[in-house]
Design a protein around this ligand. Structure first.
Ligand SMILES: NC(=O)c1ccc[n+]([C@@H]2O[C@H](COP(=O)([O-])OP(=O)(O)OC[C@H]3O[C@@H](n4cnc5c(N)ncnc54)[C@H](OP(=O)(O)O)[C@@H]3O)[C@@H](O)[C@H]2O)c1
Length: 304
C-alpha cells in the first residue's frame, strides 16, 4: 500500500521511508520548509516528462544535514535542494564540490550519482538567466548596484557579476565591513575593481545615475511595512530593477512599486526561483527542464 504525501516529512522519516506512488526521488530541505513552493514547480515538470518520481519537502534541523544526505542516498533519491539555514552546512556534507559553490562557500543543489553527492550553487547562474530572460541583457554589459551584497544571496550575485566582468560593480550593505571584505576577495578572485558605497540617501542618489541594474539582495521588501530601500526619485525609466525578494500572491514589493512608479523595468525573486529550479532539474536529469510547465506550476502556487 502506498502512503499519501504529507505537507512535509521529517528526518525520522528517512529511517523508514514510506512507499509513495510515484516514488520520492527529489527533496527540498530547510528549517522551516512547509512554505516551500518547489514541489508545485517540480512535480508538474516530472509528470510532463513522464519521469516516475516525486519531489517532497523534508524538515531538517540545523546540525543534521550530513545525516539527512546519507538518508536520501540510502533511499534512492536523485537530488536535493537546500534552503535557509542549511546552505553552508551542505558544503561540508557533499563528496564533490563544484568550483562556483566552493568560491561562494555555499551549496544549494545536490545531485546524487552512484551514491556520491555532487554539490552546486545555482544563485549566480539563476541570476544570469533571469536578467537575460527579463531584460534581454548580459551582465558583462551592465553597471550593477547590489543592495545587501553582504548577505548570502547578495554575495552570490556579486561574485557572479565579478566573474562576468560587469562594467561596474557597486556594493552596499547595512553592515559595511562585510562588503569591504567581499570587495577585497573579488579583487583577489578576478582582479575586478569593485566599489563600496555607504548606505545613505546622499551616496545612493549619486550612484544611481551611473548604474543600469539595481539588485535588492536584502531581506527587506517581503513585508508591506518594510522601510524603502532607495530615496524617492532616484529610479528612472532607464533602470533595470531586480528584487530577489518576492511576495505572496504576486504583490509588488516596495522596490517593485518604486520601479513601477518610475517606469523602470522590474522583476522579483519569483523569476530567480524559477530559473534556479530549472538549473537543479538539469543537474539531476542532464536534460533541459520544461521551463514553461515549471513557470505555470510556480505561478499558480504563488497566487494560491
Ligand atoms: N528568489 C530566490 O530564489 C531567492 C534566492 C535567495 C535569496 N532570496 C531572498 O533574498 C533575501 C536575502 O537572503 P539571504 O539568504 O542572502 O539572507 P541573509 O544571508 O540573511 O542576508 C540578509 C541581507 O539583508 C540585509 N538586511 C537585513 N535586514 C536589513 C535591514 N533592516 N536593513 C538593511 N539591510 C538589512 C543584511 O544586512 P546585514 O549584513 O547588515 O545583516 C544582509 O545583507 C531573502 O529575502 C531571500 O528570501 C531569494
Amino acid at each position: 500500500m502506498t502512503s499519501p504525501t504529507p505537507l512535509c516529512y521529517s528526518l525520522a522519516d528517512l529511517d523508514r521511508w514510506p512507499e509513495l506512488d510515484p516514488p520520492a526521488r527529489l527533496a527540498v530541505i530547510g528549517d522551516p520548509i512547509a512554505h516551500s513552493k518547489s514541489p508545485q514547480m517540480h512535480n508538474p515538470a516530472l509528470a510532463a516528462l513522464g519521469i516516475k518520481a516525486q519531489y517532497v519537502r523534508v524538515q531538517v534541523p540545523v546540525g543534521h544535514v550530513a545525516e539527512a544526505f546519507r538518508g536520501f542516498a540510502r533511499n534512492g533519491f536523485q537530488g536535493i535542494n537546500i534552503t535557509i539555514p542549511h546552505k553552508f552546512e551542505a558544503l561540508d556534507a557533499v563528496d564533490v564540490i563544484d568550483p562556483l559553490a566552493k568560491t561562494l562557500g555555499a551549496v544549494n543543489t545536490v545531485a546524487i550519482r552512484d551514491g556520491r553527492l555532487h554539490g552546486y550553487n545555482s544563485d549566480g547562474p539563476g541570476f544570469l538567466r533571469s536578467v537575460k530572460e527579463a531584460f534581454g541583457a548580459d551582465i558583462k554589459d551592465l553597471r550593477v548596484l547590489i543592495l545587501g551584497a553582504g548577505g548570502g544571496a547578495g554575495r552570490a550575485v556579486a561574485v557572479q557579476c565579478a566573474l562576468e566582468k560587469c562594467q561596474r560593480l557597486v556594493l552596499v550593505n547595512r553592515t559595511q565591513e562585510k562588503v569591504d571584505r567581499l570587495a577585497a576577495e573579488l579583487v583577489a578572485l578576478e582582479g575586478t575593481s569593485t566599489e563600496v558605497s555607504t548606505w545613505t540617501d546622499e551616496a545612493l542618489a549619486s550612484v544611481l545615475p551611473e548604474v543600469d541594474l539595481v539588485v535588492n539582495g536584502t531581506s527587506l521588501g517581503m513585508k508591506a511595512e518594510d522601510a524603502p530601500l532607495l530615496p524617492g526619485g532616484v529610479l528612472t525609466s532607464r533602470h533595470l530593477v531586480f528584487d530577489m525578494v518576492y511576495r505572496p500572491g504576486g504583490q509588488l514589493t516596495a522596490l517593485g512599486a518604486a520601479a513601477q512608479q518610475a517606469g523602470a523595468r522590474y522583476i522579483d525573486g519569483a523569476t530567480l526561483l524559477l530559473h534556479q529550479g530549472a538549473i537543479s532539474f538539469e543537474h539531476w536529469f542532464q536534460r533541459p527542464a520544461p521551463l514553461e510547465v515549471m513557470r505555470a506550476g510556480l505561478s499558480a502556487a504563488l497566487k494560491a
